[in-house]
Design a protein around this ligand. Structure first.
Ligand code: FES
Length: 122
């Protein structure tokens, strides 16, 4: 696969286990992608709630999780999502899901947003 338009997001060690972080790969002035780290697993989604037309989900920078870090939360109306699958398990969009984003960790620890994502700059 071509790696020409993959976008570096950060280094793996900058993602804290049990926390989330937002990114602005298109440089539009707000985060449109977020990543949750659980151990060695990274889960990346578009910052767009399925409840209401892609509403941004964090109430402040990088705040995509509930208090104990067990679920992703949309702070607009409180929908909760399973971190691993992105499926809404509680709230107004029950059964709908976040849009997964393809990322990859290179050998040097750089986390890349892969091509063919809507969030990859063209
Ligand atoms: S817009 Fe996310 S729960 Fe309503």
């Amino acid at each position: 696969m071509s790696t020409s338009n993959r976008v570096p997001l950060c280094q793996l060690h900058e993602l804290i286990d049990g926390h989330s972080r937002g990114f602005d790969p298109r440089g539009i002035g707000r985060d449109t992608v977020f990543v949750v780290r659980r151990g060695e697993a990274l889960h990346a989604y578009r910052d767009a709630c399925p409840h209401q037309g892609g509403t941004p989900m964090a109430w402040r920078k990088d705040a995509y999780l509930n208090g104990d870090g067990t679920r992703i939360v949309c702070h607009a109306h409180g929908a909760q999502f399973d971190i691993g699958s992105g499926v809404c398990v509680l709230g107004p969009c029950l059964g709908q899901a976040l849009e997964p984003i393809k990322i990859e960790v290179a050998g040097n620890g750089t986390v890349f947003l892969m091509p063919d994502n809507k969030e990859t700059p063209q």
